[in-house]
Design a protein around this ligand. Structure first.
Ligand SMILES: *Cc1c(COP(=O)(O)O)cnc(C)c1O
Length: 498
């Protein structure tokens, strides 16, 4: 090689080494890792210890905007300063889902062992999409999905996927149902979907995202406890067939978001079978309650569905980012999601790839979600999860009884862990009063409650599902509601003006 060539070569080598040195902060050494993690760990410890004294709901959200004070692309900052910003701008304002006082919507989880699993998943950064690259990830994900399938009672032959949440899991189910029925775009306007008005909105969204926004969506009438009426379903399906439409999909809920109602799943399954409909069950909230012996029978019929969604980031108490879909006949799931690509040729020939996440969902590269499900279940066993869910069922009953005793109007005895209630003032508009009541609890912020409107009636909700929600939170919620009612009764100008 010429001298000039050698010189070029060494110049290039020096440039590469200089870039390596400049990028070195991305790969901290032992001591630097220790320092980062210790600071983050100390922050987490302090936060969890302070939790009982911190509000569940930060009503003043102005601190969130201070995130903008630190623009991306500026000088590097220290971990202390950055975690301080996180605490002030992220953890403080709005709802703190890690708090036991979170009693609104359907609360989430955040168990510590899953956070540790996420840390390990991120450090190893294992590839969970295909068996060829991450055989252990795929096996682990399928193992935990198999456990869920067994819990709901699916026979062998099922397949499933750990998606990012219940909504994406529902989208996967809808696309699978569409492909299984062989629907093509020319059929969409005649395809009919059946659900009650209490079905979760993520299913309408999934239909639209799946390109089926023009499908006919029938609202099946409800019984007095907000459950689908099977007789009405049968009548609607027959009418639609007579009209030349194509009844396609029926959605049953195993725990609605509003009131926790469980649709009559066995009856819906029978109709679906007779009428040739795909039966999807939304068990995002309620499915894992099958772990509790005393309510198991109430959830019977889940095993008769063609597809089902469960949300481990709700009733399995995991941090946000995990929803599960299961399909009874796993071939339908893989038929709807398999792919072919020349750069995937190393993996293509293995049968096991047909039961790997990349062939069962819209994702290719994905977070290694299996570890955050597997590690907690293996570390703790399933018993503590079942106990925690049973505690929530009891808390909901306890709350309802106490509220009724204090003169609140309460909704039906809960099938799961959601209670609805309202205060009916002696004079004036009850809806206006209860709107002011929920607002007053939000300003207080020690617990977080949410509201909904059922048949034009504004009601408050108590949803016990956060794993840190205990008796003390139910008692605190009751005390706050009583105090707020007393204040509002004494100050009618706060709600009765209109
Ligand atoms: C939360 C919920 C969903 C949506 O799940 P995400 O995880 O929020 O996307 C769907 N159905 C029911 C019954 C739910 O409670």
């Amino acid at each position: 090689m010429s001298t000039a060539g050698n010189q070029d070569n060494s110049q290039q080598r020096n440039r590469i080494l200089a870039l390596e040195a400049a990028a070195r902060p991305l790969d901290p050494d032992h001591a630097e890792r220790e320092a980062l993690l210790t600071t983050a760990h100390e922050y987490a410890q302090r936060l969890l210890e302070e939790l009982p004294d911190r509000p569940t709901y930060g009503h003043d959200k102005s601190a969130a905007l201070r995130i903008r004070d630190l623009p991306v692309g500026g000088a590097p900052r220290g971990i202390d300063e950055l975690l301080h910003r996180v605490d002030e701008s992220v953890v403080g304002p709005g709802i703190m889902p890690a708090h036991g006082g979170h009693l609104g919507y359907i609360p989430g989880g955040g168990i510590y062992s899953a956070a540790v699993a996420d840390y390990v998943a991120a450090v190893t950064n294992e590839y969970a999409g295909v068996w060829f690259a991450g055989p252990g990830c795929v096996e682990m994900e399928n193992l935990v999905l198999g456990w869920m399938a067994e819990l709901i009672g699916y026979p062998a032959g099922h397949a499933g996927n750990l998606a990012s949440g219940g909504s994406v899991a529902s989208l996967i189910a809808v696309v699978t149902a569409r492909e299984a029925a062989g629907l093509r775009s020319r059929d969409y306007e005649r395809a009919v979907v059946y659900s009650t008005s209490h079905a979760h909105h993520c299913l309408s969204k999934a239909l639209r995202v799946a390109g089926m926004g023009e499908a006919v969506h029938r609202e099946v009438p409800l019984d007095e406890r907000f459950r689908l009426r099977p007789d009405a379903l049968t009548a609607l399906v027959r009418e639609d067939r007579e009209r030349g439409l194509k009844p396609w999909l029926v959605i049953g809920s195993a725990g609605t978001t509003d009131v926790g109602a469980i649709d009559p799943l066995p009856a819906i399954a029978r109709i679906a079978k007779t009428e040739g409909l795909w039966f999807h069950v939304d068990a995002a909230y309620g499915g894992f309650f099958a772990m509790v012996e005393s309510v198991r029978s109430r959830l019977a019929g889940m095993e008769l569905s063609d597809s089902i969604v469960l949300d481990p980031h709700k009733a399995l108490f995991l941090p946000y980012g995990t929803g599960a879909v299961l399909v009874r006949d796993g071939d339908h799931l893989s038929n709807a999601h398999t792919y072919d690509a020349h750069y995937m040729q190393d993996a293509a020939s293995d049968e096991r790839e047909l039961r790997a996440p990349a062939a069962l969902s819209p994702e290719l590269t994905k977070h290694f979600r299996g570890l955050r499900v597997w590690l907690p279940l293996m570390l703790h066993g399933v018993e503590p999860f079942a106990a925690c869910l049973e505690e929530k069922l009891e808390l909901a009953r306890y709350f309802r009884t106490r509220m009724e005793a204090f003169g609140f109007e309460v909704g039906p005895e809960p099938e799961l862990s959601v209670v609805t209630y309202r205060w009916v003032p002696e004079r004036g508009d009850a809806n206006a009063f209860n709107r002011a009541l929920i607002e007053a609890t939000h300003v207080d912020g020690r617990v977080f409650l949410s509201s909904t409107t059922i048949d034009g009636v504004f009601v408050l909700r108590f949803a016990a599902l956060a794993f840190r929600t205990h008796l003390e939170h139910a008692d605190l919620a009751i005390a706050i509601l009583r105090d707020c009612v007393a204040e509002l009764e004494a100050q009618p100008e706060r709600w009765a003006l209109a």
